[in-house]
Design a protein around this ligand. Structure first.
Ligand code: KIV
Length: 258
């Protein structure tokens, strides 16, 4: 097993795992200082391209963004989201994962689903492709409005079956998205691989958020999103200064001229 993957698994019950998204080199360079895992998420569809669903994101887009991110990531584990309709069966999943790893030099792939994708995950792992799972709210297949998962007995049983299916298929960890606290706690205790929560409580082995949301680059108003800074405001004030200096001929002075 890849030593970076081992390191992630070994963090379970010892230290929390930090996972952050990045879609380009410049942000990836900064994120890499703080994350254990950098995820090129298909959330880039809504964050960068204004798509209503991640289903419109395709493999070509994911590969280009991951190539850019790869240039900025030196120490973290780099994971690429396999987009919708790129892992419908074992051979499609293997072909696309191999392409992703070959073209971007990423370390692992992420797929959405539990029991539904267990054979795909097992096949990828058998072929030495490390897989991060993703259960709970799975944006690629969600029907209707996004809502939390694990309220009913049926949902809770399904979540446990999904988590166990991913573990048994050889995934090295899994994202739990919008999962009720008590069931996240139960799953995290039950399985030996790490859980990484997004809107799934402090009980998970790690946390992931979309970096653009944390920085205030988006206007996301989602319960679990904590905006740590309003970077838009800072960028605005810098650009305003530049504009004013251009208009008033203060820029460029001799120092900035040949
Ligand atoms: O697409 C994404 O960025 C994700 C994370 C939010 C978990 O799947």
């Amino acid at each position: 097993m890849n030593s970076k993957i081992k390191k992630i698994i070994n963090k379970k019950n010892k230290s929390k795992i930090v996972c952050l998204t990045a879609y380009s080199k410049n942000i990836a360079e900064i994120v890499d200082n703080h994350a254990d895992i950098v995820l090129v998420g298909d959330s880039l569809g809504s964050v960068l391209y204004n798509y209503k669903t991640t289903r419109k994101v395709n493999l070509k887009m994911m590969l280009e963004h991951t190539k850019s991110v790869r240039m900025g990531v030196k120490k973290s584990l780099l994971v690429i989201d396999l987009p919708y309709n790129t892992y419908r069966n074992k051979s499609e999943a293997l072909k696309n994962s191999k392409k992703a790893i070959k073209e971007t030099n990423c370390d692992a792939v992420k797929v959405e689903g539990g029991v539904r994708v267990k054979d795909v995950v097992r096949h990828l792992v058998k072929n030495k492709i490390p897989v991060l799972g993703h259960i709970g709210l799975t944006p690629q297949t969600v029907k209707g409005k996004f809502k939390s998962v694990g309220r009913t007995d049926k949902e809770r049983k399904m979540l446990i079956r999904d988590a166990q299916a991913l573990e048994q298929s050889g995934a090295f960890g899994m994202v739990l998205e919008c999962v009720y606290s008590d069931i996240s706690k139960k799953i995290t205790k039950l399985i030996r691989i790490p859980t990484i929560g997004i809107g799934a409580s402090v009980h998970c082995d790690g946390q992931v958020l979309v970096t653009d949301d944390i920085l205030g680059l988006t206007d996301a108003k989602i319960k679990f999103v904590k905006k740590y800074i309003n970077i838009k405001k800072i960028i605005n004030s810098a650009l305003l200064k530049f504009k004013n200096e251009v208009k008033s001929r203060k820029y460029p002075t001799k120092k900035y001229s040949y």
